[in-house]
Ligand binder design. Structure first.
Ligand code: CA
Length: 229
């Protein structure tokens, strides 16, 4: 069963989300506040995707829940549900480790499309035959979906891993934002191109010696990015 956590304090919205996800074939685990969501994640290690509302009752907002999940789990897919449309909210959400965001109000079709796309990326992708791509100081293990730099594990989300894989499959090639979006988020992705930049900014912090002066992921102005090998 494809298991999804739905963290949303407003009962109307939560049941709307749950009904539509069930219709799309998902099993839903519900939570009404942050601590309850974290407890459910612990109890259900087979949850593949979490939908996190941002404004929640109590001390813990959706960003904090996201941070706490990511502190121990880089595999789960996280989509933030935001009522506020300010760009900063979205960006902050992504910087805390979310993979995507959906702005309320959203249509059932939009929501399921996002969940399906993320589920495909995080859920049991068959292991590849060739297990490693070595481009010192980086070593990408495609079987475990892990990255090492100088022998040290770099913790990546599934989206970040997919971007790294795309780069390391295409050394020295300038990749447009559209190409990256299509390859990583899928051709049916309905969100904004900006999500590519946000994820790359976060990836640079993790893999570059100096994220302010990147040498591995370089910017191709007005076009996209290049893996600098
Ligand atoms: Ca709320």
């Amino acid at each position: 069963m494809k298991k999804i956590l739905v963290l949303e304090d407003e009962a109307n919205i939560r049941s709307f989300v749950v009904i539509n996800l069930k219709r799309a074939g998902y099993e839903t685990i519900e939570a009404g506040d942050g601590p309850e969501a974290l407890e459910q994640i612990q109890k259900n290690p087979d949850i593949k995707v979490a939908l996190l509302d941002i404004m929640l009752p109590g001390d813990m907002d959706g960003f904090e829940v996201c941070r706490r999940i990511r502190a121990t789990n880089s595999q789960i897919g996280i989509i933030m549900l935001t009522a506020r449309t300010q760009e900063m909210d979205k960006v902050t959400g992504l910087m805390t480790g979310a993979d995507d965001y959906v702005t309320k109000p959203f249509s059932p079709a939009e929501l399921t499309a996002r969940v399906d796309a993320l589920y495909r990326r995080t859920g049991g992708e068959p292991a590849a035959d060739s297990a490693e791509i070595s481009q010192p100081p980086f070593l990408l293990n495609t079987r475990n979906r892990t990255l090492e730099k100088n022998g040290q594990r770099v913790k990546l989300t599934q989206v970040e891993y997919s971007i790294m894989k795309l780069f390391m499959d295409n050394p020295g090639k300038a990749l447009s934002r559209d190409e990256i979006l299509n390859a990583v988020w899928g051709k049916n992705y309905v969100g904004e191109l900006k999500i590519v930049d946000v994820n790359i900014r976060r990836l640079r912090i993790k893999i570059e010696d100096n994220a302010q002066a990147p040498t591995y992921i370089t910017t191709v102005w007005g076009y996209g990015y290049k893996w600098g090998f």
